[in-house]
Design a protein around this ligand. Structure first.
Ligand SMILES: Nc1ncnc2c1ncn2[C@@H]1O[C@H](COP(=O)(O)OP(=O)(O)OP(=O)(O)O)[C@@H](O)[C@H]1O
Ligand SMILES: [Mg+2]
Length: 210
């Protein structure tokens, strides 16, 4: 299965979710490949910052031909995760077409809801010739006990073909701190709330594609 963590909006958590999802699936014994489809190379930089053994391979493929090149590479893996690039439409399109499931991270902010429309539009265009392509939203950087979290889920209801996953990732320092050391949240803070919410998110995402 190819799972694209994609949004045309920058800074919503694509790389954070890609890395932690890949790490969780790898820790479950799955053969996982992370594709860095962003010219910024965040996932590659994460991998280079790491001192220990790699959890999974990371390959840079920020190319508009990604959908043509990836199937051959993906054959040897149980799960391929694509960390997408913001803003660049031909890269976004290629990553969406390459995916079986597109996961669109959205922060609890009206700006993110407005910007989500652009990514949803690209997904709908791709579904014209890839009808089995699925898409879901995941709320990232949720702040507990705030009304804006509920408001955003309500506002995303306008995209009735893209459900919102029940699991949200919370705003936590450990997401940024772990990344700096090339670690997953589960490695930096084993058994923590953050590690547990990432596990739940992985369960839910795998449930959508299986
Ligand atoms: N749940 C979270 N809690 C705290 N910080 C977070 C969380 N998710 C992401 N961040 C931080 O927010 C910033 C942006 O996240 P990230 O790089 O994953 O987004 P992105 O969508 O990949 O960005 P870009 O579009 O530039 O590729 C990073 O500094 C990251 O550490
Ligand atoms: Mg990124």
């Amino acid at each position: 299965m190819i799972i694209g963590i994609l949004s045309q909006k920058g800074g919503v958590g694509k790389s954070t979710i890609s890395i932690n999802l890949a790490a969780t699936l790898a820790s479950r014994g799955k053969r996982v490949l992370l594709i860095d489809a962003d010219p910024q190379g965040s996932a590659m930089a994460w991998s280079s910052a790491r001192e220990g053994d790699p959890l999974f391979p990371v390959i840079g493929m920020a190319k508009p031909t990604l959908h043509k090149d990836l199937p051959e590479v993906a054959r040897d893996y149980d799960h391929v995760i694509i960390d997408g690039a913001p803003r660049v439409n031909d890269l976004g399109r290629a990553a969406i077409i390459a995916s079986d499931l597109v996961v669109i991270p959205v922060q609890p902010s009206p700006y993110d809801v407005w910007a989500a429309a652009e990514t949803v539009q690209l997904v709908r265009e791709a579904q014209q010739f890839k009808p089995n392509l699925k898409a879901v939203f995941v709320i990232n950087r949720k702040i507990a006990n705030t009304a804006i979290g509920r408001d955003v889920v309500g506002a995303l209801g306008q995209f009735d073909d893209v459900p919102v996953l029940a699991t949200a990732l919370t705003q936590r320092v450990v997401y940024a701190e772990s990344a700096g050391a090339g670690l997953s949240v589960a490695e930096a803070a084993p058994g923590s709330e953050g590690a547990r919410e990432v596990e739940r998110l992985a369960d839910e995402i795998v449930g959508v594609v299986s």
